[in-house]
Ligand binder design. Structure first.
Ligand SMILES: *Cc1c(COP(=O)(O)O)cnc(C)c1O
Length: 320
């Protein structure tokens, strides 16, 4: 399976579970998406499919990818309906806490290849509802998310959560071993399913506002970002310096993706089949790209403040 580096473990872990070998191609430093020519060059007789990820919601020109294997689009950063995926075999979306439409843990697939759709329905028929305790937990998490979202503190909670899960105090989203976890056989929870249509409608209604925020970022940060991104990327010389300065100023800035297969590093990254040095642009992006929020609730004045803060950091190209 071919996919770009500068991705997230959620994409790779199902492949490892299936015994499919991930083959990474590098990204472009402007779009953070894969180079269509590199994908075509990486295809061999053993390639089963290509996964193309619209990182930060920046659309990859899928029509330029000239391969004779199926393409699967990772639309986890895309508001459903915004990108036409009909040229591909399938596309998948996620509705958990960090995504453009949040309805609770779970995701959906849009399948255009009829044979693949049949196979997926067969699998789905074997899946079971999550246990009641998990249903209740998902609903509780969703209510907590909405309360934090209304208070504008989701990102603060997320960084706290990350620190706690880093210390092993709470179970992180990627904690279950993908090779043995029962969760892979669960259907979407009832609660998530019942919230989904209304949440997608809200997400679509917010697109105009989020594009206006993107326009403001483009002017302030001198970078053009097409589509309606989930996050607005900025390049910094020293990521830790930027993150610390933003935290001190009370500004939301995120370390995402922190590694070529986020958040894996060291032996875990190697276990995910990533060879150190193989995708230099992905490693560069992991070291130098920070992202800013593009949510409907993002305040216009925070964009100017963020731009001022980034301008005060050491210039890109400077070395320690
Ligand atoms: C979040 C995410 C997914 C899917 O995540 P789940 O948590 O498994 O729903 C897939 N790809 C990318 C790029 C993501 O950010």
């Amino acid at each position: 399976m071919i996919l770009q580096a500068y991705t997230c473990a959620a994409v790779v872990e199902p492949l490892l579970r299936l015994g499919v070998k991930p083959v990474y191609v590098d990204i472009d430093r402007e779009s953070f998406g894969p180079d269509p020519d590199l994908i075509a060059e990486a295809v061999t007789s053993r390639t089963r499919a290509v996964i193309v990820q619209h990182t930060f919601g920046i659309p990859v020109p899928v029509e330029e990818i000239d391969v004779d294997v199926p393409i699967i689009e990772d639309c986890a950063h895309v508001t459903p309906g915004l990108i036409d995926t009909s040229r591909s075999a399938a596309a998948f979306y996620s509705f958990e806490w960090g995504k453009p439409v949040v309805a609770g843990i779970g995701g959906s697939a849009v399948v255009h290849d009829p044979e693949l759709a049949d196979v997926m329905w067969e699998h789905y028929a074997r899946y079971t509802a999550p246990p009641e305790s998990r249903e209740l937990m998902t609903d509780a998490e969703y209510l907590a998310f909405r309360a934090a979202d209304r208070a504008g503190v989701v990102w603060r909670m997320r960084s706290l959560y990350r620190q706690l899960s880093g210390m092993g105090l709470v179970v992180g989203s990627y904690a279950p071993d993908p090779r043995t976890s029962a969760e892979y056989g669960w259907r979407m929870s009832q609660g998530t399913r019942s919230r989904l249509a209304a949440r997608i409608a809200t997400g679509r209604a917010e697109l105009k506002r989020r594009r206006e925020l993107t326009d403001a970022y483009e002017i302030e940060l001198h970078r053009v970002v097409p589509g309606v991104p989930l996050k607005f990327p900025a390049v910094v010389a020293d990521k830790q310096e930027a993150l610390l300065a933003a935290a001190a100023a009370g500004l939301e800035l995120s370390d995402w993706f922190a590694t070529p297969v986020h958040p894996l590093s060291g032996v875990d990254l190697a276990r995910a089949g990533y060879v150190a040095g193989s995708c230099p642009n992905a490693e560069w992006a992991a070291a130098h790209v920070v992202t800013l929020p593009v949510r409907a609730a993002t305040r216009r004045d925070s964009i100017g403040r963020a731009a001022d803060l980034l301008a005060e950091l050491r210039p890109v190209g400077a070395h320690a």
